[in-house]
Design a protein around this ligand. Structure first.
Ligand SMILES: C[S@@+](CC[C@H](N)C(=O)[O-])C[C@H]1O[C@@H](n2cnc3c(N)ncnc32)[C@H](O)[C@@H]1O
Ligand SMILES: [Zn+2]
Length: 362
């Protein structure tokens, strides 16, 4: 976390808001490890006397969530994971832990998004004979296909909600944002993103199949590090002021959260009046992420949206206020089906046709 970003973003305490108080400003409590302009380890502290919650900064990433104990229950292994092991030893540990382990799930996920976001950079360290990988950099293909929906290039502060390993945030900065803030709850993902920002290298395990992974460690050129920030936050309770952002990416995240409408409402709160959001989703609902009752149109095929999530989004965000729910956002322009492919192994991929849209803050 750069000090100039902290001053510009003026974060507010989500624990205060969860307790029903006005969210108080966070102060920099201590910096335990500083490298150049970055506070790599330190703590942000809530300035409200009744709260004084500490929000740690680890590996350069501020962790600013309302309930750090429940966040830790899921994220502690990722937070504590050492990343100095050779690919050789990492693969020994992966084999020992086995396919049901959290470690395997984390590596598989990092490979899926690492490859989608950074796979267009040359791959190094491949084992001989690995089948030709496909869909490297598919995220960029998706972003470029959706980009014309925006009627103006990004300016000022933009937020990339559910940024994963960070490509969208880098693209926002490359394409004009004065500051691009990537937020995600997953610490392992953010660590990959933050490494790209601070060292210009994308490093992630890429699954061939079974328990077999190769390590990708590739140079990423042209990273405007001084205009990029990654924060570990819940998309439904972001630690920033109302109207703090001039635009948002909401790509493939609405079907990954427990309360999609709360996520949209939070995006509406954060955006300045007139600001645009680039939205996309495959509506690949699962109960691991979202209870069935919250699936937008994805349950209830006899309802008004006839089981179509895209139709339900249109209904919810209708510019006709009487028809829509007032989340502060309206839907302005759409693409019905944009291809988005995620590689899961050398011989396997998931193929999506995502619904994309430009949303506008009223
Ligand atoms: C399907 S991935 C999409 C990532 C990226 N936007 C893309 O299009 O490639 C969804 C991301 O949302 C993150 N996520 C899930 N729930 C979240 C939450 N409540 N707050 C912030 N991020 C969340 C996940 O960790 C994951 O990185
Ligand atoms: Zn507080």
């Amino acid at each position: 976390m750069r000090l100039d970003h902290f001053r510009r973003l003026r974060p507010l305490c989500p624990a205060c808001r969860a307790a029903g108080r006005a969210a108080a400003p966070l102060a920099l409590g201590a910096a335990a490890l500083v490298q150049g302009d970055d506070i790599v380890e330190g703590v942000l502290v809530c300035s409200e006397r009744l709260c004084q919650r500490e929000h740690p900064i680890v590996d350069g990433i501020p962790i600013v969530v309302a309930d750090i104990a429940s966040w830790s229950a899921h994220q502690l292994p990722a937070l504590q994971r050492r990343d100095d092991l050779s690919a050789f030893t990492e693969s020994l540990i992966g084999d020992a832990a086995g396919p049901q382990s959290e470690f395997h799930a984390e590596r598989s996920n990092l490979g899926i998004y690492g490859w989608a976001h950074w796979g267009d950079a040359a791959r190094s360290g491949d084992a001989e004979g690995a089948a030709a990988p496909r869909h490297g950099g598919a995220y960029l293909g998706l972003l470029d296909a959706c980009w014309p929906l925006l009627d103006a290039p990004p300016q000022g502060a933009w937020i990339d909600v559910g940024c994963a390993v960070g490509r969208g945030t880098v693209e926002l900065a490359r394409r004009g944002a004065g500051i691009a803030v990537g937020v995600d709850l997953g610490f392992a993902m953010l660590r990959v993103a933050e490494r790209v920002r601070r060292s210009g290298r994308a490093r992630y395990p890429l699954r061939r199949g079974g328990l077999v992974f190769d390590r990708c460690d590739v140079a990423v050129a042209d990273v405007p590090a001084e205009r990029i920030a990654y924060w570990c936050c819940d998309a439904a309770a972001l630690p920033f002021a109302d109207a703090a952002f001039a635009g948002a990416l909401l790509l493939n995240v609405v079907d990954c959260v427990p309360a999609p409408l709360a996520l949209l409402a939070e995006a509406g709160r954060l955006l300045a009046p007139g600001a645009a959001a680039l939205y996309a989703s495959p509506y690949d609902w699962s109960t691991q992420a979202t209870p069935v009752s919250q699936w937008l149109g994805g349950a209830g095929q006899r309802g008004p949206a006839r089981g179509s999530s895209a139709a339900e989004l249109r209904r919810i965000l209708s510019p006709d206020r009487a028809a829509g729910v007032d989340l502060g956002l309206v839907i302005e322009s759409e693409l019905e089906a944009v291809p988005w492919n995620l590689r899961t192994g050398d011989r396997a991929a998931m193929a999506y046709a995502v619904h994309a849209a430009r949303l506008r803050r009223r």
